[in-house]
Design a protein around this ligand. Sequence first.
Ligand code: PSU
Ligand code: MN
Length: 306
Amino acid sequence: MNPAQDGTLDIEADVAAALAERRPVVALESTIITHGMPFPQNAAMAANVEAIIRAEGAVPATIAVLDGRLKIGLSTAEREQLARTQGAMKASRADLAFAMAEGKTAGTTVAATMIAAHRAGISVFATGGIGGVHRGAESSFDISADLDELAQTPVIVVSAGAKAILDLGKTLEVLETKGVPVVGYQTSGFPAFWSRVSEFKVPLRCDTPEAVARFQKAREALGISGGMLIANPVPQDSEIARDQMETVISLAMSDADANGVRGKAVTPFLLQRIFELTEGASLKSNIALVENNARLAARIATALTA
Ligand code: PSU
Ligand code: MN
């Protein structure tokens, strides 16, 4: 049965029509709305990325769980309400179905958004930065479920790399082990979220949306499952220098430690603390990179339908 009709998904009319007509659709996550940014900037960002995708001729599908319903595409009212919601769950692979079973409202992480997008038939997804291997993971074992999802779910994820609060080297190693292609977009360096480059190189590089589409089609032709990570550097005028961010990240991490922050609370805590420590500069940069990723994702989705 078409998942649009099997009762597990609520696919918005615009999105359903685009999918039926094989027009380009771009999925968007919502943990960035519920846990990644404060109100009202989260609401403005969520509206802007949708507008950018439409301006590129594609249809945006923001994915979230509202009162237990898994939504593929939100109305303006639903999106604005989600941005104001206090205490929404953060749903990943482990708890997406729990949020639905319990009638909760939840932001979906990269992993959960990939699951929902794939089920709806959407193959391109834009986010800020994926979760990955945390610094100190050798003792905390904190490794995001996003990495396993990339290994198994065939969705192209457009990001500004992995969030720089992570151990980027270990994150790249795990992606390599799991067979996830990491593709620099017009860059040979692995971006560090708020900064355009890190000390790491990307294993692969594509310079056009068409090249990404060709690569994905070649993978499909070979029957290779799983997603790929596109690493698209933050625009130059919105970047924060890596050494400047490193100081801030270290401070935020010691605060997290001192407060005993664990598990899925770690990423939201660090982002919020970094926002405070940079007096909002990290947020501006985060918004710019998400918008930049939405634009590229729309172009890749268009190239895939050509
Ligand atoms: N990128 C952002 N802000 C965010 C996130 C990513 O710019 O808030 C979210 C994503 O939803 C990602 C999640 O999947 O953080 C990772 O959380 P964790 O490390 O707990 O797996
Ligand atoms: Mn984690």
